[in-house]
Design a protein around this ligand. Sequence first.
Ligand SMILES: Cc1cc2nc3c(=O)[nH]c(=O)nc-3n(C[C@H](O)[C@H](O)[C@H](O)COP(=O)(O)O)c2cc1C
Length: 408
Amino acid sequence: MDREALARRYYNVETLRRQARRVLPKVIFDFADGGAEDEVTLRRNESDFDALEIVPRMCTGPAERDLSVELFGRRLELPVLVSTTGLSGILWPQGEICAARAAHAAGTVYCQSHGSTCTIEELAEVAPGPRWFQVFLYRDRGLTASMVERAAAAGCEALILTVDNQVLGQRERDLANGFAIPPRLGLRGLLDMVRHPRWLLRMKGARGISFANYRGAAGHEDDILSLGAYIAKMLDPGLSWRDVAWLRGLWKGPFLLKGILHPEDARIAAEHGVDGVFVSNHGGRQLDGAVSAIAALPEVADAVGDRLVVLLDGGIRRGVDVLRALALGARAVAIGRPHWWGLAVAGEAGVALVLDIFRRELDRAMALSGCARIAEIDRRLLAPAGRGAAPAARLRLVGPARPAPAAG
Ligand SMILES: Cc1cc2nc3c(=O)[nH]c(=O)nc-3n(C[C@H](O)[C@H](O)[C@H](O)COP(=O)(O)O)c2cc1C
């Protein structure tokens, strides 16, 4: 399908999600779509956006909008980054390379996960950037340090330490589907794969999908199961601010923490030389019951002012959600699942389409709200109930406006 036909058929993120659900085996769709335990935080990440009403301004003048934004001295065409997602190569061969190329073409950042199916070096060779790299803190500090060194050598422009994943959340769709370590897919799971021949055929050529950055690290097998178990064992639940300071010392460029929700943590991060934070709950995949990213945002933004670059991920599904997050103090946002739906449907062209959908939707939302530039978007654009420093309680009163994703 050519790009225009693709864009006609998939005119928003939800249409791509529905198609991804059709084309992917259930076990893989659920791995991406699902969250932790009862998925309360996952749902609130989305529904809390709906509760924020925009009060648009009229007759403001300029006929054109400028969606560009500066992050750490680099100008991006769009305030929407591609968030870090491990194992993108299970959706489409060379998934990370497809996504990074699409991000580059859209003029934005691709955040590469530690758990990518290609190495840092392989991505650097084929995706011109800008690329950021995400790490975890491991019991073996040498392993974390070696990833950091490799990211610097490969020209990654920023380092992200994800801080909310040192203990793994319980994702119950994966348990039900047998998508765990060790896997228990059973006959039903195998039939599910066979029932998706297009995905199966496409992936036939992509042999040996694994956590490519760890090849050789475990001292034994490099297959996805052995390395997955090794990584899980290596995560250090004792992560502390001392470790943050240690990593800060290792990395010369912009250094961000991902998974901050408490304003006090953002303040402490600034004191430890951190340059930016992702207000994030890992897309509702870790602590179920955690505050939604958008509800946590204003207090974090207020706590740090200009001392940190504040980004947000979690629940962004529309251009108008980007507008709302920027209004509450985010400098830019990042998308996890939405870019996976594009990838599952059409590889690189699919991710390009997702970014284009966000560009068009944000442009339209800005035009209809009377904003010509990103810098003009602030809290005055929101109805008073959503403007305050702690909208969480008020948001709960409004309640979810979007239906929960069906678990089946
Ligand atoms: C399939 C999947 C894999 C992910 N892998 C990682 C990862 O390796 N490292 C990380 O820091 N976050 C990871 N995340 C979390 C995302 O970076 C991001 O925080 C989340 O997806 C944002 O929510 P959204 O999906 O609603 O946009 C993953 C998310 C998904 C859906």
